[in-house]
Design a protein around this ligand. Structure first.
Ligand code: ZN
Length: 133
């Protein structure tokens, strides 16, 4: 399944309050949504550039995925999300191609998207997310 475009780049930050003004200045656009995704222990903030979004991720739990990422690596790019027609099909096809999956089935992410992650151990260290509407 060929991705259509880069849906968003996920960036781990220590504080949305501190990072949002920086990104608003850098990108010349206002943050258009802030949403907590309890399932993943994150609070997200979105910016739109063309059809690609920047997703800032603040941890709400030091033991959660962003909390542990910040502890290990500090702030910076956390994942790249590829827009696909169908996340479940993309996960299945990736499994058939021998990639390790974090999610065997899609789940609900921010903005009601169906999302699923590949495991970075089989993607040269890059955390890749598939997402579809
Ligand atoms: Zn994402």
């Amino acid at each position: 399944m060929k991705p259509n475009y880069i849906d968003h780049i996920g960036i781990a930050v220590k504080s949305l309050n501190e990072s949002i003004p920086f990104y608003e200045t850098l990108l010349g656009t206002k943050c258009y949504a802030i949403e907590e995704v309890a399932d993943q222990n994150v609070k997200t903030a979105f910016f739109l550039i063309g059809q690609t979004k920047i997703e800032l991720l603040e941890s709400t739990d030091p033991e959660g995925p962003i909390g542990t990422f910040l502890e290990k690596k500090g702030e910076g790019i956390h994942h790249i999300a590829l827009s696909v027609e169908n996340t479940d099909e993309a996960l299945l096809e990736s499994k058939e191609n021998g990639f390790a999956l974090i999610d065997r089935r899609s789940r609900k992410g921010a903005e009601g998207m169906n999302i699923g992650f590949l495991h970075p151990k089989s993607t040269h260290g890059l955390l890749i997310e598939f997402c579809s509407k």
